[in-house]
Design a protein. Structure first.
Length: 169
């Protein structure tokens, strides 16, 4: 009987270990280029997923804008987090597969920012603090990868493993 008891305990322990549910761990979605209206990244190692099309730059959702002299990728969520990446060049001159380095917020350099608290705290990139690379870029869809480190006073935020797949309005 002692052997049966030990065997039963081992079986229950093994079955319990196999049924571990890891679905509560949020993971980044796969890279896509189909206009799924999603932007995802890790903010200081915490997964953030922004979904849905925003209708104006500060709506909840994701946005891709092609202006005459710049491309803007941005997203917002219900917690007042906002990521914005601006590439101030003529959109048709941007090349797919080329990394564009972020630097300070200036008219001639690509830059990125992370807002939290309804825009009351704004983290900005500095010289060579990250990049954006388009894997698809046309008048209807912008898709690619990005990462950057931004600062607010002495506080840093690290945005890593970023990916986006957004339609143009």
């Amino acid at each position: 009987m002692n052997r049966l008891f030990i065997f039963s305990i081992l079986v229950l322990f093994t079955l319990g270990a196999c049924n571990k549910d890891d679905s509560s761990k949020q993971q980044l979605p796969l890279l896509t280029q189909e206009g799924q209206n999603i932007l995802a990244c890790k903010v200081n190692e915490q997964v953030r997923i922004f979904k849905g099309k925003g209708s104006i730059p500060h709506d909840v959702g994701v946005n891709y804008y092609r202006f005459v002299d710049q491309i803007v990728i941005s997203c917002n969520n219900e917690s007042y987090e906002h990521i914005r990446m601006t590439i101030p060049v003529i959109p048709d001159s941007v090349k797919v597969g080329v990394r564009y380095n972020f630097s300070k917020s200036e008219i001639i350099n690509p830059y990125a920012s992370y807002y939290k608290g309804n825009g009351s705290i704004v983290y900005m990139t500095d010289i060579q603090s990250g990049f954006i690379e388009f894997t698809r870029l046309d008048k209807s869809i912008a898709a690619g990868i990005f990462e950057f480190t931004a600062h607010y006073n002495n506080d840093l935020v690290k945005i890593t493993e970023g990916r986006f797949d957004i339609t143009n309005p």
